[in-house]
Design a binder for this molecule. Sequence first.
Ligand SMILES: [Zn+2]
Length: 562
Amino acid sequence: MTIDVDADNGQYKGIQKLTYTNNSPDVLDRVFYHLYFNAFQPGSEMDVRSRTIVDPDSRVKDRISKLTPAEIGFIKPLSLTQDGVVLTYEVVGTVLEVKLAKPIMPGESTVFDMTWDAQVPSQIRRSGRNNKEGVAYSMTQWYPKLAEYDFQGWHADPYIAREFHGVWGDFDVTINMDKEYVIGGTGYLQEDSKTRRGKKSWHFVAPNVHDFTWAADKDYIHDTYDGPNGVTLHFYYKNDPAILENWKKLQPLTAELLAYFNEHIGDYPYKQYSVIQGGDGGMEYAMSTLITGNRKLGSLVGVTAHEMAHSWFQFLLATNEGRHEWMDEGFTSYISNLAMDKVMNENSKNPNASSYRSNANLAISGKGVPATTHADRYESNRVYGTTAYSKGCVFIAQLGYIIGEDNLKKTIKQYYKDWAFKHPTPNDFIRVAEKVSGLELDWYLLDFMYTNGFVDYAVKEVINEDLKSIITLERIGLVPMPIDVSVEFNDGSVMNYYIPLQMMRGEKPTAAGEIRSVIGDWAWAYPTYTFEVVAGKPIRKVTIDPSLRMADVQRENNTLSK
Ligand SMILES: [Zn+2]
């Protein structure tokens, strides 16, 4: 792609040559492109959704409805050909529907040539002009982007401000812009980038990415910092005295974060990653992130940790976020919470505790919906956010409780190894966990994520007799779990028991240093489970899941004291 930007009015002209290969077994007689900037127009689906949802995003609200013609966003295709033959097409909101001149057979490639005019919106939602911190151009979702076709067909979702799904490709992008601007973004800057007649041509190459993002400003400071494995970290931030110190401190911590993700997920495959001030919060892009920069250090590192972790789940594994948003946001939250705990020396007992709390609150409110809900079509931003971020995080954190932390660590690495660049589905993930652990886990994906059910176990009764005690536990929620239970005696000594869940057809391994007794299975249909402890001393307290890693929505009934 080559674009020529008029930085004064936010307009640009683009030329795109796209070689597309049909890797599906199907014959394709049409294609779709996303024209994301068309969402920034009064009356668009994004505008109306932003105004009618019960809890509007404060960054958007009714602002799109008030944009003037000079402030709206648009992408207007001017011409489109397939292998030189002119195509007919129709712009429908944020989607371009294209009838092909010649069907693309399985395994065949075809070349699309498009020219277009565009305008960058003045409203910032991820992309746009002049964000609140004064960054001139946040250029995300800025070009006609081919939609993904996979085993579920076309994913030409209209853009209403939420999730993405894209096609991997090799990008070669030249941006012609007034020479005063500094540009950072996806891709490696090429040496032939040069200045001519007041404009600089910024030439970038990005191999095997599914998106291309950039940002531009006249006052960017550009630092580089050497990260692990020969990866160069780039930092672009405003020359604003209020933020300089934190943006310097961020640099070595970003290198530590990258090392953490390399170790716990798998090696980052590119040689560059850029942290760029821009946008309206934090958002992940290929080989880069755009974040707002005027933050306390903890927040600056936290947002960088989160967005960088997306490089694995959103970009390299790249599940369809519209359908499985929780696999992206939840897994990203999980691993970045752990990474933050490490690099900021927080040493919390459970770095994911706040996700557990949000998940429990939503379950108790009765407003939870199955995570099969499309990301765009939740009743509220809150229910979407809690399901995607908190419940998704709890799903993977709790998997460590179910199969053991060592098995979870192996599962994450194996998942990345097996599924990078393949758009995995939830089933692909749970199958990896099953193979790594040797345990049956289909029930977990189904019951915990795909129903409104929740986990709630209780200690129902403890009877101390002369030589033995009888303990009865109860399953109150519909979602089953294997149970860790600790028994504390009057003399202060403790014994740990493990009750396998029968449908798992096995037991989680004993953790290093753990001492426990494995007792009989608990099959799901039985609401209660009774066992005896023969210790010759009375019990003082019985606790279900003392590690707090089971997502029990009512913890009060997990403990019974005599
Ligand atoms: Zn995220």
